[in-house]
Design a protein around this ligand. Structure first.
Ligand code: PLP
Length: 368
């Protein structure tokens, strides 16, 4: 679990990343290495500093950063490396760290999907200068919407604490909207309601009545506001209330993943580094007919998610250049986004759902 003594809470996870990069002195003219097969939150956090993302491919048949590709792309303008533990699968940190040390570049760990996985006996979040977390719907701890920066480096902590003093609370209208959304999430977070709720939020979002997961990259004004804000008080309370229960939260995740693993016969899950313990946020599967599966799952009302739908979720190919991603520059990430689907893992996932989802996958998934 993260160290609550050296913790800075922020409006969202991307704001925590932004503050840590600022604390490292990252700005215009710099680059930050990030993995492709991520969500827009990460390049947004980088670009808010004025720096540009440097896109690194993921390992073949896996979902985390490839050390070889990192080594071949690094240059003097790279001021930080964001190592993401996608779905809770730890990145193979040792080779990445070796390269980072050679170039003397700090590592920040993206722990948005896990606070509990371990790599060679050590908890994720302990390998770099610091790590960041996200507490919005879909993450292992849901507080509403929010993020945290956690530090292993005292100097960086002090620096970011200084910058963090100027963060403000969202205005009352935004607070009401966020609270309503949180309670809606608590009631509606069930596999059986996944597709109907997705449709509803899409409609509310387009009417401006729900806080979207994603800021449009071109909207500078919206970006600036989010990056100056802290987490609202009621969400901080939601977060701290759950902390004593995280051991159970992790145990439940491990047991649901184990049930999926036992009952799904015809899809492989992602490769995992040796000697690691994995606590997943969702259960990833590789299939050749992803598009068909999503359509069929929607029809049969079985929760199945497409994230990540692209190397920079949820951007379509024509939007990739807005975050500096060149098509074909990370082929493994592009393949993964065309193939990976994920099943839910949380307390409302019942044995009945697991059996139904497994039988759906076993019947419909295609693999070469
Ligand atoms: C959710 C997420 C974040 C942070 O998201 P926020 O919406 O800013 O809280 C960062 N990285 C990854 C991989 C994520 O999934």
């Amino acid at each position: 679990m993260f160290d609550t003594n050296k913790l800075i809470l922020t409006y969202r996870g991307r704001v925590a990343l932004y503050l840590m990069l600022k604390g490292l002195g990252v700005g215009r003219g710099d680059k930050v290495a990030v993995q492709a097969f991520t969500c827009i939150a990460v390049p947004e956090g980088v670009m808010a500093t004025g720096a540009k993302p440097l896109w690194i491919d993921i390992v073949k048949d896996g979902v985390t950063m490839d050390a070889g590709d990192l080594a071949s792309k690094l240059d003097k303008t790279v001021k930080a490396i964001v190592v993401q533990h996608t779905y809770g699968i730890p990145a193979d940190i040792n080779p990445l760290k070796e390269i980072a040390n050679d170039f003397n570049i700090p590592i920040i760990e993206d722990c948005a999907h896990t606070y509990y996985s371990t790599y060679k006996g050590k908890r994720v979040g302990t390998f770099g200068v610091g790590s960041f977390y996200s507490f919005e719907w879909g993450k292992p701890l849901v507080a509403g919407i929010g993020g945290a920066a956690v530090f292993n480096d005292e100097h960086l902590y002090q620096k970011v604490k200084g910058i963090g003093k100027s963060l403000v609370y969202p205005d009352w209208k935004k607070k009401i909207k966020l609270n309503l959304q949180y309670y809606a999430f608590k009631i509606l977070n069930r596999p059986i309601l996944y597709w109907p709720v997705k449709r509803l939020f899409h409609i509310l979002g387009s009417l401006g009545m729900a806080e979207s997961n994603y800021n449009p990259v071109e909207s500078d004004k919206e970006l600036a506001a989010d990056f100056g804000m802290t987490m609202i008080s009621s969400f901080k309370q939601n977060l701290f209330r759950q902390i004593p229960d995280i051991e159970n939260n992790a145990g439940l995740r491990i047991s649901i993943a184990e049930k999926y693993r036992k009952s799904i016969k015809n899809c492989s899950t992602s490769i995992v580094p040796e000697d690691s313990k994995v606590v997943l946020v969702r259960y990833p599967l590789w299939a050749d007919n992803k598009k068909y599966l999503l359509k069929a799952a929607k029809k049969q009302n079985i929760e199945l998610s497409e994230w990540y739908s692209s190397p920079v979720h949820p951007l379509d190919q024509h939007e990739w250049l807005s975050v500096g991603y060149q098509a074909k520059s990370c082929p493994n990430a592009e393949i993964a986004s065309k193939r990976i689907i994920t099943l839910p893992i949380h307390k409302n996932v019942s044995n009945t759902f697991i059996a139904k989802a497994a039988s759906f996958i076993n019947k419909n998934a295609e693999n070469e």
